[in-house]
Design a protein around this ligand. Sequence first.
Ligand SMILES: Nc1ncnc2c1ncn2[C@@H]1O[C@H](COP(=O)(O)OP(=O)(O)O)[C@@H](O)[C@H]1O
Ligand SMILES: [Mg+2]
Length: 171
Amino acid sequence: MTKDRTFRKVSIFTGSPEKTFKLGQILGGILENGDNLALFGTLGSGKTLLTQGIARGLNVPENVYVTSPTFTLVNEYPGRVPVYHVDLYRISEEDELVELGLDELMGEHGIAIIEWAEKLPETYLRNCNIKIELIIQGAEKRKISIESTDKEIGSILSDFSDLSNVGPVKS
Ligand SMILES: Nc1ncnc2c1ncn2[C@@H]1O[C@H](COP(=O)(O)OP(=O)(O)O)[C@@H](O)[C@H]1O
Ligand SMILES: [Mg+2]
């Protein structure tokens, strides 16, 4: 059966770093093994912060330090499924992605989260079923657009389009 490749998009505005973290946490709670996330956005737009929330939502323990793997290219965290955190900021050649084993990281097992997806070649991008763009709109304001082929993610997240009403999220 061919997979439904129709992307649905939901945009959420966060007014503080905490809200972005919380959004990540909610998203992490509904991700499924094999999901691959492409994160687009300039420096300081909140990709790493969102990833920290996602990791928490995936039950990565609080004592595990989630940070941009700038020099190592990939960090692995233990969550309810393995989480592979990739940052392509320093990538200069496509060969490095092969060396990194990105194909395998994006396989059925675990969840791959890729920062600086602007640098991701189309062949890999095709395997990302969730695309997130973060846009800086003010000192503390971000527009976060999430596109997914998963109907449910869209509908769950639309409930959170106003994060100001969201109470603490259980970890
Ligand atoms: N609403 C917001 N969402 C995310 N980050 C925010 C927000 N408001 C301010 N910030 C700040 O922006 C920075 C985002 O940093 P980071 O997540 O490392 O970005 P990136 O990984 O995209 O370079 C942090 O210093 C954070 O405190
Ligand atoms: Mg980052």
